[in-house]
Design a protein around this ligand. Structure first.
Ligand SMILES: C[S@@+](CC[C@H](N)C(=O)[O-])C[C@H]1O[C@@H](n2cnc3c(N)ncnc32)[C@H](O)[C@@H]1O
Length: 186
């Protein structure tokens, strides 16, 4: 269980199960596996999709270079309040769908990003929205950048293979529920 776990986070996840897709925040072990491929010395722009209570966000901020910016996309307004309380000048939080990456990057004058980290429950999101999100991920990632996504099933794995130069699949039992991690290299 994550050290920053709060009972109210689970309540919020359960209340919004159709968009959260889970009942507990990600474990430290899963977060370590998810963020493992990122070269934090080099990265200057990272996007996070579906930050929720901010457990992955805090881990990113802890590792990030002082000049790196983190741009988050979250639909749930309860979580937006929590994320705003992180109060870090490197953090940009947007209460919009993950398919709006281009619009937000335009507002921030950012051409492309180094990495995109996602906790989105792709298996529960409508197929046409997933198509838009994945197209936007690919279009806004620099060549050589990583799309890092965890999931509880392999439902969208086959969508990713033709989109990226290389897709590595990992798995951890040390999460509730156990999770697959995709490392997709553009
Ligand atoms: C499984 S929770 C992840 C929470 C946290 N990152 C973690 O790993 O524990 C997924 C989050 O994605 C958000 N979400 C779902 N669909 C979204 C979308 N289309 N755009 C942005 N956020 C979305 C939900 O509100 C929820 O907070």
């Amino acid at each position: 269980m994550n050290a920053q776990f709060r009972f109210s986070d689970s309540i919020s996840l359960i209340r919004n199960i159709r968009t959260s897709g889970t009942i507990t925040p990600s474990s430290k072990r899963l977060i370590r596996k998810l963020l493992g491929p990122i070269d934090f010395k080099e990265a200057r722009y990272i996007v996070e999709l579906g930050p929720g209570n901010g457990c992955v966000t805090r881990a990113l901020l802890k590792r990030m270079h002082p000049e790196c910016r983190l741009i988050c996309f979250e639909l749930n307004s309860d979580f937006i309040l929590q994320l705003n309380s992180l109060n870090d000048p490197r953090l940009h939080i947007h209460n919009v769908c993950a398919s709006s990456i281009r619009e937000v990057l335009d507002q921030l004058d950012i051409i492309e990003v180094d990495h995109i980290v996602s906790s989105l429950p792709l298996a529960l999101i409508d197929d046409d929205v997933v198509v838009n999100i994945l197209a936007s991920v690919k279009a806004n990632l620099r060549v050589g950048g990583r799309f890092l996504q965890y999931q509880y099933s392999l439902k969208n794995y086959s969508d990713l293979i033709p989109m990226f130069r290389h897709v590595k699949l990992k798995f951890t039992l040390r999460n509730m529920p156990p999770a697959f991690v995709y490392e997709c290299i553009k």
